[in-house]
Design a protein. Structure first.
Length: 551
């Protein structure tokens, strides 16, 4: 039987980081098992093609939620990457770390050692920022980040409109001040997608002590009592076993990790018994606490032909692709989410709870519907909903996708925040900066004004922002809501950790790729027994009059 020091299940955002960090000194043998295949595709590597791999079964697990009762019974798409790099190979490449106060909240929720000062050194370690480093940003890491060119004039109009509406300007939403309107970073380097596979895994694969096996479906984690000893996996129809001398590390994501834990006998005992699965460790919280971000697209027609709609004809697309292949620049080298913003929905909110992504085109994010005219849009949604869902077994077979239920919009505050999203975004687009461009409101439309009308629009049109998380909650070992302790160790089990976005105690304010990579960096130190760096003293911004004013 084969043996490795560490077995990593999943080559996603955190798994790629671990593969690199655990193998870098050459002392440990590391095996990575990934059910997906190669990420060497122009659709993955060219940033502007981001919506294509998300819609390809080759690269996407294609999960769907159970019917969501507060959204008219809709089943919501839940894309997850099935490829080297995981979801970092099919995402929108927006690099947002989260608000510093998110991590102060994590600490207060029982994740000791995860305050902002303690995680900031790991964000900096990971990053190689094209604009250079400072006390908040890194310039010598492996994950390349950059700004877009802002060549489209609508980006300038968006930033100016935010200031005209009375909001702050942020010089760096990942730096000293997240709140305000500003530029968005993207995980792009040299014009190519900088996925976790490109940043971490690909360079590490040259090492003889790292093995990466694709098209490998892990069917269960194996135990000797409460000791994780290895895994069973299937490749090319053959069942294989491999043992871990040190640890098994589960990095299969917020859907895959709780699913595999349960199939392997770690989870709520009643649920496991109902499926005929012997209980290795009773952990009622496995698969609970599932969280996500919802958003909708506020779309406005454009009176001038300056939007990306001009680039959608076949000749233009061919020329964009050719230029990217030859030079790795131009429109093909951007995700086009080059500006955005973070604001508070009302007075009394301590820090920004709504996020904007601005796009100089009116189109669905996942490419499911094509743009029909010149337009622009803002993706807008609440960041910290109190709605909680779950990931539960459909059958005892890992091949059968789990049942996924987010319980979207189940809290009264969700509806209040969504109504604020509609009204506050409408106000931004009404500013003088958009006068020369602003046509009719495509969506929600001028007829959507009252609370009841907005609520009906939300029920029909709200979409996931593709940020499932928190389903293997990290917290104090004696907290029944916890699945892993602050070092990622599965509670009550030896030599088994979970390292991915599922261990977040609560969802962060922004896109999830950056904090997931940070989790990989931080827990790599914990796994190797390295002392963490000294906490950063960088100050945390908070609006002085947040209790009295919305802006």
């Amino acid at each position: 039987m084969e043996e490795f020091d560490y077995i990593i299940i999943g080559a996603g955002s955190a798994g790629c980081v671990l593969a690199d960090r655990l193998s870098e000194d050459g002392r440990n043998s590391v095996l990575v098992l990934e059910h997906g295949g190669s990420d060497r595709s122009i659709y993955i590597q060219m940033p502007t093609a981001l919506s294509i791999p998300m819609n390809m079964p080759r690269y996407n697990w294609g999960f769907q939620s159970e019917p969501e009762p507060h959204l008219g019974g809709r089943r919501m798409a839940t894309p997850r990457g099935k490829v080297l790099g995981g979801s970092s190979s099919i995402n929108g490449m927006v690099y947002v770390r989260g608000n510093p106060l998110d991590f102060e909240r994590w600490r207060d929720e029982g994740a000791s050692g995860w305050s902002y000062g303690e995680v900031l050194p790991y964000f900096r370690r990971a990053e190689r920022r094209a604009a250079g480093g400072n006390e908040y940003r890194g310039d010598s890491g492996q994950l390349q980040t950059c700004y877009g060119t802002l060549r489209n004039p609508l980006h300038a109009a968006w930033l100016r409109a935010g200031e005209q509406a009375g909001y702050l300007h942020s010089d760096d939403v990942n730096g000293a001040q997240q709140e305000g309107f500003g530029r968005l970073d993207m995980t792009v380097g040299g014009g190519r997608r900088c996925s976790a596979a490109n940043a971490y895994l690909r360079p590490a694969m040259r090492r003889p002590n790292l093995a990466v096996r694709t098209h490998a479906m892990v069917t269960r984690i194996e135990f000797d009592g409460a000791l994780a000893t290895g895994v069973r996996y299937r490749v090319a129809g053959a069942e294989r076993s491999v043992q871990a001398r040190r640890e098994v590390i589960l990095s299969a994501g917020s859907i895959g990790s709780p699913h595999l834990l349960k199939v392997s006998g770690v989870g709520p005992p009643d649920e496991l018994a109902a499926q005929g699965i012997p209980v290795v460790r009773a952990l009622p919280a496995v698969g609970e606490n599932l969280q996500d971000h919802l958003e909708f697209y506020f779309q406005v027609a454009c009176k001038e032909p300056v939007t990306l709609y001009s680039a959608l004809n076949p000749l233009s697309q061919f020329l964009i692709g050719l230029r990217w292949l030859l030079r790795h620049d131009g429109l093909g080298a951007s995700n086009h989410f080059e500006t955005g913003g973070f604001i508070r929905s009302r007075a009394g909110i301590r820090y920004a709870n709504l996020q904007f992504h601005f796009l100089p085109m009116a189109v669905s994010y996942d490419g499911s519907s094509l743009a029909k005219e010149h337009g622009f849009q803002a993706h807008i949604g609440p960041m910290r909903s109190q709605s909680r869902g779950w990931v539960r077994l459909r059958s005892p077979r890992i091949e059968d996708p789990p049942r996924i239920f987010f319980n979207y919009m189940s809290q009264p505050e969700d509806w209040e925040e969504m109504r604020a999203c509609v009204r506050l975004t409408r106000e931004v687009f009404a500013q003088p900066a958009f006068d020369r461009y602003r046509g009719r409101e495509i969506q929600p439309g001028d007829a959507v004004q009252t609370d009841a009308q907005i609520d009906e629009f939300i029920r029909r049109k709200v979409e996931t922002a593709y940020h499932p998380s928190c389903s293997c909650r990290m917290g104090a070992a004696d907290d029944p809501r916890s699945v892993v302790d602050p070092r990622g160790r599965v509670i009550g089990v030896e030599r088994l950790r979970v390292v991915d976005s599922s261990i977040m105690p609560s969802i962060t304010t922004g896109n999830l790729n950056a904090p997931t990579i940070m989790i990989g960096e931080k827990l790599a130190d914990a796994i190797l027994g390295r002392a963490p760096p000294a906490p950063s003293p960088a100050p945390i911004f908070q609006a002085a009059d947040w209790e009295r004013r919305q802006r």
